[in-house]
Design a protein around this ligand. Structure first.
Ligand code: DGL
Length: 265
């Protein structure tokens, strides 16, 4: 049986960050098979040119299409904001993207000041500029490039002093400006939430789009009759990384039916 609805959901990111999205998908759609590409060899995407981000996104997409994926989740803000338009125009498969959730933050904020932490590639993209220009002009958006954060996360350095100091230097100016909502505009950053709380306290609202992406994936699969008909099994999740699999193994250790392989793609 090779029914399209039983084919996997393909997910890619510049590295391990998109696993924060995979976790939401796994929890909402446990019966779906997934294939996750961690392009850690090329991480970070955030400093690369739009053309390079596009080339890498095409490479990842074509690999996932070859694996017969039925839908592709671009679990990377940098790849979404720089490449999704091109991907949608050129491949006959549904794509789900992720963008910084500044709209929900603009509704939630009381101080009318929101902070956003994202990569240079995301903050400088046309798509982000378009989205932020639609936000109520009364609201001030304080943008901060998360220089160095992705590299430290990829190298299992979340609890390092260097990470703490970098986060402190990025968050302190926002706290001084009375920001009450922080948008995490990179799928690696949800792994930093405990550190951000340590620095900023419990009142700061931290917003990321992982759950919304999982819900949107389910909605599109349902609309296109592509949801798996399996109902009682947690389905297999395959992770391919083109670097060492140690970090993936550690962040996925509590999950069952997970296969992690080192592979060039
Ligand atoms: N997870 C990617 C994102 O959401 C990280 C970008 C990078 O590799 O710089 O933007």
């Amino acid at each position: 049986m090779n029914l399209l609805e039983e084919q996997p959901i393909g997910i890619f990111d510049s590295g391990i960050g998109g696993t924060s999205i995979w976790k939401e998908i796994r929890s909402l759609l446990p019966n779906e098979k997934t294939i996750y590409l961690s392009d850690s060899f090329n991480a970070p995407y955030g400093h690369k040119t739009k053309q390079k981000i596009l080339e890498l996104s095409i490479k990842n997409t074509e690999f996932l299409i070859k694996q017969n994926c039925k839908i592709i989740v671009v679990a990377c803000n940098t790849a979404t904001t720089n490449a999704i338009q091109h991907l949608r125009q050129n491949y006959n498969i549904p794509f789900i993207g992720i963008e910084p959730a500044i709209k929900p933050a603009s509704i939630l904020t009381q101080s009318k000041k929101i902070g956003i932490l994202a990569t240079k590639g995301t903050l400088n993209s046309e798509l982000f500029e378009k989205t932020s220009s639609r936000i109520d002009q009364e609201i001030e958006i304080i943008e901060q490039i998360g220089e160095g954060l992705v590299e430290l996360i990829e190298n299992n350095q979340i609890d390092s002093k260097e990470m703490y100091n970098l986060l402190l230097s990025y968050l302190q100016p926002m706290i001084k400006e009375n920001v009450d909502c922080l948008v995490l505009g990179c799928t690696h950053y949800p792994y930093l939430i405990p550190k951000i709380r340590e620095i900023a306290g419990k009142d700061l609202k931290i917003i990321d789009s992982g759950e919304a992406v999982a819900k949107q994936t389910k909605k599109i699969l349902k609309e296109r009759n592509l949801l798996s008909s399996k109902t009682n099994a947690v389905n297999e999740s395959i992770f391919y990384t083109n670097k060492s699999k140690t970090v993936l193994e550690s962040i996925l250790k509590e999950y069952t039916n997970v296969i992690i392989e080192e592979k060039d793609f």
